[in-house]
Design a protein around this ligand. Sequence first.
Ligand code: CDM
Ligand code: ATP
Length: 282
Amino acid sequence: MAVTTELLDCPAPAKLNLFLHVTGRRPDGYHLLQTAFRLLDWGDRLGFRLRADGRIRRVTEVPGVPPEDDLVVRAAHALRDWAGERRGVDILIDKHLPMGGGLGGGSSDAATTLLALNRLWGLHASRDALEALALPLGADVPFFVFGRSAFAEGVGERLTPLELPPRWYVVVAPGVSVPTAAIFGAKELTRNTKPIKIADFAMSATRNDLERVARARYPQIAAAIDWLGAIAPARMTGSGACLFSEFESERQARDVAGQCPAPWRAWAVRGLDRHPLFDWAG
Ligand SMILES: C[C@](O)(CO)[C@H](O)COP(=O)(O)OP(=O)(O)OC[C@H]1O[C@@H](n2ccc(N)nc2=O)[C@H](O)[C@@H]1O
Ligand SMILES: Nc1ncnc2c1ncn2[C@@H]1O[C@H](COP(=O)(O)OP(=O)(O)OP(=O)(O)O)[C@@H](O)[C@H]1O
């Protein structure tokens, strides 16, 4: 029988890939990347309630994602098996991030689950241990556990902290959902960008190598990048579909977001330096 306890309410912030270079491909088909991750002050919210009976249940419907496939459920099982924990949890999801948006919504939900259950179950797992559990769940999940702006290499799991200036972003969702695997699998994708040094990272000297493929396949993405790009330099995040521009002030960002034509959606959001649950890993 479930025990009624307090709900632990936790944020699952979005990320942007400020740039994304594809530098190679591993024999297993996964791609070697260089990217700069930035957390955003905007995301999903998750609720966790302890269960004494050992069951792990997602108690909210997420359209298109059966509970057994949900990364939050898979993350909870991975952590419980690793720790030998006997208690369970009910998980509520309040989705705000567009799915298949390149904002890392599912990955961030999974990382928040690892961080929250580490606390709820009193496991005291180290950040390194949580990052190791995170990687099999998805290439972006270790970054959200790492919890700071980062320069990432490998498939995204080799993370170096990156100091970034305070910035605002306009994020535009062009109303399509992009399957990451199809973009990485495209024949026309270039996979030989020369590696850069972390110290050489600058927005103007980098790009998103996945953007050309996504633009060609999704005219809505091309049209939205062209609209935003006429106002400020604009770029796709991750494998799309969302795109963004960077601004120094909230006022500029809000002004541009307010001009976004329907049916596209736009948000003005602040870049974060730290994940709000940063202290929840040892
Ligand atoms: C595009 C990014 O969001 C950039 O941060 C990530 O590289 C994708 O991370 P993710 O959504 O967590 O992706 P995963 O769930 O691990 O992988 C989805 C699929 O994308 C492809 N994939 C992903 C990451 C990577 N470095 N190389 C790949 O080729 C693989 O076909 C994989 O089956
Ligand atoms: N909790 C979850 N929230 C969203 N998607 C989930 C979740 N669990 C599993 N998924 C699956 O993951 C897929 C990708 O969703 P997500 O929103 O993370 O994409 P994304 O923002 O493009 O991610 P990335 O930037 O990491 O490529 C969804 O289409 C869905 O099938």
